[in-house]
Design a protein around this ligand. Structure first.
Ligand code: CTP
Length: 421
């Protein structure tokens, strides 16, 4: 890949994987890019600035001032100079500083000043990687627009086996170079093309259901569940960020709302209203993700007036089944449409989830088990395993729901290239 004339800042932090940064610098230089290395003070314990300045052909920047000349290094100039800003390896500490704006070194200060796309390649011990604070900080970086180059599984510096090994320099290079080439292509397109082709969901129409439903007993009371809507809202936001042409979020009553302006919210209350809103839009959509916790039962005849306590009889309501929205759409699904469901289970998780996928004619089902701490309704995190109709299974770690949404879209994109036709 040719990166002639492109400016890459490579931020190196203090981890064992810093030795791999030398290869990363070489790959960018070989592709014709100009590389400026910025190191945290700790990084110098792991790799020498001499190696990196020799490979990059530029003095390495680490401090705000050069000690002997008093020359000031402008983090603002550096941030604005960059076409891409890559932090590799990114330690837990630097990730935390970036997520919280703790600008106490040249690397984080430049990060805060840059307008370029930032790539973060975490590298740390397995337990540090899955610690809730790291999970939270990485989720913050994602929502701030950084792209995370997920670490690989393998033997770590601690000799523990697990996730935390910095991805190989070739993979990091490829992610950054692909991004730069795509941006170049978009810049060469007309303004109308830009909004449509700025992501992997360009041109796609997405339908998402989220939140609980409310089934009325009387004008002031209802049956519902604990769903917060956060997972579905995160999925809709992520689709908008990935450039979907339209994103429709059919949302039951809840406190959350999408942060992306381009998500079109259709507010509904009951399961029947949710079905009707989905049927109105399903035929035009390319991918539908059923995230709502639709009440299984609704009240056959809700009271028109408020039920009074003084009434002699204790009221009795007959419940009837709510329509199964996912199954209804599953029956209607065309060859080129992708239908994804969720399954929240407490036991026999695998059997229940895969049976649901089959019964509802889904292409993919996202299982969360209430047995996993941090998964399910009332949390900001989730731990999911995704099954596909053709037998693939992918298990993910506990993550913030926005990071789970990104994983789900990654899988859909990889599996179906967002279109089965
Ligand atoms: N779903 C739906 N309409 C319903 C019930 C569920 O669209 N009336 C969707 C959910 O949004 C989810 C999937 O179907 O994508 C599975 O939902 P879940 O509540 O786990 O399954 P149910 O079919 O309701 O089965 P059960 O409650 O017996 O587990």
């Amino acid at each position: 890949m040719d990166l002639s004339g492109k400016h890459i800042v490579i931020g190196i932090t203090g981890g064992i994987a810093a030795y791999k940064s030398a290869s990363l610098v070489r790959l960018f230089v070989k592709a014709g890019a100009e590389v400026q290395v910025v190191m945290t003070p700790n990084a110098k314990e792991f790799i020498t600035p001499v190696t990196l300045s020799t490979l990059s052909g530029k003095p390495v920047i680490s401090e705000f001032f050069t000690a002997n000349t008093g020359e000031w290094h402008s983090h603002v100039d550096l941030g604005l100079w960059a076409d891409a800003f890559v932090v590799a390896p990114a330690t837990a500490s630097t990730i935390a500083k970036m997520a919280n704006g703790v600008a106490d070194n040249m690397l984080v200060t430049s990060y805060l000043s840059t307008r370029a796309q930032v790539f973060v390649a975490p590298a740390m011990d397995f337990d540090m990687m899955r610690h809730p604070s790291t999970v939270r900080n990485i989720a913050t970086l994602i929502s701030d627009g950084c792209r995370i180059i997920e670490p690989a599984e393998g033997e770590l510096a601690s000799h523990l086996i697990g996730k935390g090994r910095m991805e190989e320099p070739e993979t990091i290079f490829k992610a950054v170079a692909t991004f730069i080439n795509q941006t170049e292509e978009i810049n060469n397109n007309s303004p109308e093309d830009i909004s449509r082709s700025s992501g992997e969901l360009a041109g796609k129409h997405i339908l998402v259901t989220a939140g609980p439903t409310r089934e009325r007993l009387d004008p002031v009371r209802y049956i519902s569940n604990y769903s917060t809507g956060k997972m579905g809202v995160a999925i809709a936001d992520e689709a908008a960020r990935r450039g979907a042409e339209t994103v429709t979020l059919v949302l039951g009553p809840c406190e959350v709302s999408p942060s992306e302006d381009r998500v079109n919210v259709v507010d509904v209350e009951s399961g029947r209203e949710m079905l009707s809103a989905c049927l109105d839009r399903f035929d035009e959509c390319d991918v539908a993700i059923m995230c709502a916790a639709v009440a299984d039962y609704t009240v056959e005849t809700p009271s028109e007036t408020k039920i009074k306590r003084e009434n002699a009889d204790i009221p009795e309501f007959r419940l009837v089944k709510n329509p199964d929205i996912a199954a209804t759409l599953g029956k209607r699904k065309a060859q080129n449409q992708i239908l994804v469901g969720f399954a929240l289970e407490t036991d026999h998780e695998f059997e229940n989830a895969t049976a649901k996928m089959k019964r509802k004619n889904l292409d993919m089902i996202v299982l969360n088990s209430l047995r996993d701490k941090g998964a399910g309704f009332a949390t900001d995190t989730n731990k999911v395993t995704v099954f596909t109709a053709d037998g693939d299974e992918t298990a993910f770690d506990l993550k913030e729901k926005i990071a789970v949404a990104a994983d789900i879209w990654d899988l859909i994109a990889a599996k179906y290239k967002c279109s089965k036709s």
